[in-house]
Design a protein around this ligand. Structure first.
Ligand SMILES: [Zn+2]
Ligand SMILES: [Zn+2]
Length: 371
């Protein structure tokens, strides 16, 4: 079928050249385990921008977009979980059969990297071509949903309940779940505890909203952008630190000696060492933000050992799709997880403006509307 897709010709590196261009493309129908989704909205995430700007690898020409939501149009022969007309969010892809998938840890699918960044199915095929027949890397996170239609894996879909606005929920496919899941699935702050969130973008602010749902009584947000810190306070932070100077000393002062939990949610700033330093004894730091492939961390050995500190990597919030997505949708509908406060909607045609506003930090979470 003929669709419209935002094609990335090559990573722009310098951040100045043309970005993506909406073209007419050809999309094949779904295979047996796949679903054709008419995309109605898709978020712009730090990972899209990482690939766009050449900091994270993605083959080109290709189509990005991995926070897609929409309406099922057709299903493959073996699909049982959804039917045409269902409203869905396209979450993280996973193979479903590797050791970690079978152990209930789909975020750590052994094929995860390839499924997310490979640009193709695991067998090397793509359902997407340019008008002239040139293949497009059309499987970013197995969805490439900066397009009017996408073919995704059945197992990566979460069905959206009737009373919930699915167009707001695409970012649950990545950034929102990454921040909220790190707190609710992994760090699990106890009543009266403290947590510091480094980076107040969509991931960090989602961590703040999640922390507010726990018994944590000290929630510190750290960022360089005053507007985001103001939003963090509105969303539940009890304190904010304008991100300059001696961050760990400031966190320690606000928390009376160190925090029980920390989330490193910067996209590339790599404040993992500062986050670990800011922990109290027996504290746990979750690193969740993206970084370039060569990024390193340097920690003080005795500080980690003698204080029993732990540093964990948490991919995509851990946990399971779609159960966790569904709980966040219900919490949003109840007004307890106000992710709509992070969002600004754009017409699909204005995609480059949305990217620019995300790059500049003017908008926390742009969502493109395809209809
Ligand atoms: Zn797997
Ligand atoms: Zn993402």
């Amino acid at each position: 079928m003929r669709i419209q897709a935002a094609v990335l010709e090559r990573p722009d590196g310098a951040l100045t050249s043309h970005r993506v261009r909406i073209e007419t493309a050809e999309l094949d129908g779904p295979r047996d385990e796949e679903v054709l989704v008419r995309v109605t909205s898709c978020g712009v995430c730090g990972t899209d921008r990482g690939c766009l700007h050449g900091q994270e690898p993605y083959p080109t020409p290709g189509v990005l977009g991995h926070e897609g939501a929409g309406i099922v149009e057709a299903v493959g022969r073996n699909v049982t979980l959804v039917k045409p007309g269902d409203r869905v969010v396209m979450g993280f892809p996973f193979c479903g059969v590797c050791r970690n998938c079978r152990a209930g840890q789909p975020r750590y699918c052994e094929h995860g990297k390839e499924l997310m960044f490979g640009g193709y199915r695991l067998d090397g095929s793509t359902p997407l071509r340019r008008g002239d027949g040139e293949p497009l890397a059309g499987r970013f996170f197995q969805q490439s949903s900066w397009a009017t239609h996408a073919v995704a894996l059945e197992r990566q879909l979460a069905k959206v309940p009737d009373h919930i606005d699915h167009d707001l929920m695409g970012p649950l496919g990545c950034s929102i779940t990454t921040g909220a899941g790190a707190v609710l699935n992994e760090l699990r702050p106890t009543p009266g505890s403290s947590i510091a969130v480094f980076g107040a973008g969509s991931v960090g602010l989602s961590a703040v909203m999640a922390a507010r749902l726990t018994g944590a009584t000290t929630i510190i947000a750290i960022d360089k952008d005053e507007r985001r810190l103001a939003l963090a306070l509105e969303l539940g932070a009890t304190h904010v630190i304008h991100g300059t100077g001696d961050l760990d000393a400031q966190v320690k002062e606000l928390s009376g000696g160190g925090v029980d939990r920390a989330v490193e949610a910067t996209n590339g700033a790599n404040l993992v060492a500062e986050a670990c330093k800011s922990l109290a004894m027996l504290g746990v730091c979750a690193m969740v933000g993206g970084a370039k492939p060569t990024a390193e961390i340097s920690l003080n050995h005795p500080d980690m050992l003698l204080n029993g500190k732990r540093l964990i990597g948490v991919m995509g919030g851990g946990g399971q799709t779609p159960a966790f997505h569904l709980s966040l949708m219900e919490l949003q509908a109840q007004g307890r997880f106000p992710l709509e406060k992070l969002v600004r909607f754009y017409d699909f045609a204005d995609i480059n403006q949305a990217i620019e506003d995300s790059d500049s930090g003017a908008v926390v979470k742009p969502i493109l509307r395809m209809r």
